[in-house]
Design a protein around this ligand. Sequence first.
Ligand SMILES: [Zn+2]
Ligand SMILES: [Zn+2]
Length: 90
Amino acid sequence: MKKLCKYCKSSEHTIDFCPEILCKICNKRGHPHWKCKSKITDKKIEINNIKIDEKNIMKPIQEKKYDCSNLKTIDDFMNIINIPWGELNF
Ligand SMILES: [Zn+2]
Ligand SMILES: [Zn+2]
């Protein structure tokens, strides 16, 4: 049984190799966005540019959790107003 192209319903090719499909990333015809080469090169550049310092990653995760059981006054609540909800420990 032949697979039909999900995009143009042709039996000559699958959607991965569809000549009609429009790429969402580079807006060029001829490849789906998951096969886009401009996406792959962008990712490689991003990874090369990011210098990961393990100390910088570990510190915020351990120290940012804010213990809300210590909040008693309005001033205490005003102090946490800039802390993201995910980092509050109720
Ligand atoms: Zn097709
Ligand atoms: Zn593309």
